[in-house]
Design a protein around this ligand. Structure first.
Ligand SMILES: NC(=O)c1ccc[n+]([C@@H]2O[C@H](COP(=O)([O-])OP(=O)(O)OC[C@H]3O[C@@H](n4cnc5c(N)ncnc54)[C@H](O)[C@@H]3O)[C@@H](O)[C@H]2O)c1
Length: 249
């Protein structure tokens, strides 16, 4: 198994790519701490992993809250003794109909940019003590290009994640910690998607993808698995698109 006995925290793991990553990591032998603000759905993902013979627990966590990060890390260390892997998948859609509203800008900066920073602030000291760790930050193709239907706050926050990933990679490589970003393309709509869930708009966007289809959540989970595992032991600071060729045009 590719993650035998590793301890992994996955944020946004109640749904979508986070849930798929949590399930795959458990199948590969990791002890998985499923975290999310959606308590019922998150607890259900952890219960499903346990029912399938894996090791998992749910910890309620708002990634934008520093105190909740401290508690989640303390609970993980108390339960499993260490943290080998952190996957930041929590997020909210930026496809708001009003592309100039301030709320979306603030929300993206809080949950996406600040959330990823707080995660690293909380987890890196634990990884430093162990002298190892792998962090995978889920950014987006939106970190590279603008999109007509996406609020600029989403692009800016995902770009912050992309570059903060490189800062952390450079600063903590000497401690045995690797930090990489994954950039999904056109995927199934997020839970709170608005414009990006519109079927007509989706058809046009998918037609523009070289692979001519949307991605599957497990295709992102497999990219996360590779970067999280020791197979990627000399890979840090990279950005890995999982986008069917979207960014290659
Ligand atoms: N779906 C797409 O088209 C797409 C494309 C590229 C990148 N992404 C990114 O991939 C990641 C996962 O997206 P998804 O499609 O699985 O979305 P999703 O909506 O299915 O899952 C996101 C999860 O994050 C949780 N969440 C929201 N706010 C939170 C907070 N403050 N603290 C903790 N958890 C919180 C939600 O409850 C949800 O369970 C996100 O960061 C998203 O921006 C998505």
């Amino acid at each position: 198994m590719r993650l035998q006995d590793k301890v992994a925290i996955v944020t946004g793991a109640a749904s979508g790519m986070g849930a798929s990553t949590a399930r795959l990591f458990a199948e590969e032998g990791a002890k998985v701490v499923v975290t999310d603000v959606a308590a019922d759905e998150g607890a259900a993902v952890a219960a499903e992993i346990v029912a399938a013979g894996g090791e998992s627990r749910f910890v309620e966590l708002d990634v934008a809250c520093e105190a909740e990060w401290e508690r989640a890390v303390a609970e993980t260390v108390s339960a499993y003794g260490r943290i080998d892997i952190l996957v930041n998948s929590a997020g909210v859609s930026g496809s708001h109909p009003d592309l100039l509203n301030t709320h979306t800008w603030d929300q993206q900066m809080s949950i996406v940019a600040r959330g990823v920073f707080l995660s690293m602030q909380a987890v890196i000291p634990v990884m430093q003590q162990a002298g190892r760790g792998s962090i995978v930050n889920i950014s987006s193709i939106s970190a590279f290009v603008g999109q007509a239907y996406v609020h600029m706050g989403y692009n800016a926050a995902k770009a912050a994640v992309r570059v903060a990933t490189k800062s952390a990679a450079v600063q903590f490589a000497k401690d045995g910690i690797r930090v990489n970003s994954v950039h999904p393309g056109i995927m199934p709509p997020m839970k709170n998607a608005m414009r990006s869930a519109d079927p007509e708009g989706r058809r046009a966007r998918i037609a523009a993808v070289p692979a001519q289809r949307e991605g599957r959540v497990e295709e992102v989970a497999y990219a996360n698995l590779f970067l999280a595992s020791d197979e990627a032991s000399y890979i840090t600071g990279v950005e890995l698109p999982v986008d069917g060729g979207y960014l290659a045009i």
